[in-house]
Design a protein around this ligand. Structure first.
Ligand SMILES: C[S@@+](CC[C@H](N)C(=O)[O-])C[C@H]1O[C@@H](n2cnc3c(N)ncnc32)[C@H](O)[C@@H]1O
Length: 277
């Protein structure tokens, strides 16, 4: 046990483990994630509906959604896809969570919206081409290693029509200054979020000051199953972000405050970038 806990508390190399797929597609955790997406008391998995409405509103005013072919990568339960389609966009939502897509499809049917939802991994599977807009919303870009970010940006460039826009958001270095290193342990500390079975969970937050990266590392130990989750987060400033986007051959247009759609300022915690193919 000592060795296991010793190992768990070692600080790994940034992005040395990838468990994003387990976090979103494990059948039990995916159901808890869906509840979290829809919970209007928290912004943990998705922003609250009121905020999403504001974001889709400024997106529409800035780049116009009506008649546009839009692909929303990591669409989750379709909270943005639904609203973009309601404003006249022809939307394809891509996600690898079966549970979220089942909900998204039922919402589209209930609202009589024609949205195509594809179950796929946006890092490896085929993606739709000839899009006017590609979106990647709620800081998913931050969870990827530099190599995966490069791969994804190149894939996105390939999805866009000439002049097509890529819109995405990230957490800023301002947010990094508020993170702290902590270590906690408890008996079912998040209720049955990790597992319906009895379990203990350990959580350690590591900070990488130089690189502006955090890792939330979880170890879940039950009578039958033991697993780890690595939640990486890269925090950006507009210069670093713009340079990665330019390296993929996209032209940076604007850095914005996600909440308002107005110009980015250094005290902004989340930054949206609009770029063009
Ligand atoms: C933080 S949630 C955001 C969902 C949605 N954009 C929103 O804001 O409501 C991240 C979503 O990305 C999906 N996702 C993460 N990595 C993915 C990948 N490689 N391929 C497809 N979907 C992915 C997850 O399943 C999850 O639905």
């Amino acid at each position: 046990m000592y060795l296991e806990l010793y190992d768990f508390n070692q600080k790994p190399e940034p992005f040395s483990h990838y468990t994003t797929d387990t976090l979103w597609t494990d059948p039990w955790i995916a159901q808890q994630m869906l509840k979290t997406h829809l919970d209007q008391g928290t912004d943990l998995a998705s922003r609250r509906i009121q905020t999403i409405d504001r974001i889709v509103g400024w997106l529409d005013r800035k780049i116009g959604l009506s008649g546009k072919k839009v692909c929303d990568l990591g669409c989750g339960p379709g909270l943005y896809a639904t609203r973009m389609a309601a404003r006249g966009a022809k939307v394809i939502g891509v996600d690898f969570s079966t549970v979220s897509l089942t909900y998204a499809r039922s919402e589209a049917a209930a609202r009589n919206l024609e949205i195509e939802y594809r179950e796929a991994d946006y890092l490896t599977d085929d993606l739709p081409g000839e899009q006017d807009i590609v979106s990647l919303i709620y800081c998913d870009f931050c969870t990827l290693s530099p190599e995966k970010r490069r791969t994804l940006l190149k894939r996105i460039k390939g999805m866009l029509n000439p002049g097509g826009r890529f819109v995405f958001d990230v957490s800023t270095t301002r947010q990094f200054t508020e993170r702290r290193e902590v270590a906690t342990y408890g008996h079912r500390p998040m209720g049955d979020f990790w597992s319906p079975d009895d379990h203990f969970a350990f959580h350690t937050t590591f900070l990488y000051d130089q690189e502006k990266i955090t890792l939330d590392r979880y170890l879940i130990v039950g009578p039958q199953r033991r697993f780890e989750i690595f939640n990486w987060m890269q925090y950006f400033d507009p210069e670093k972000l713009s340079s990665e986007v330019r390296d993929a051959g996209l032209v940076v247009e604007e850095a914005l405050n996600v909440m308002t759609g107005e110009a980015w300022t250094p005290e902004t915690e989340e930054l949206a970038l609009i770029s063009r193919a």
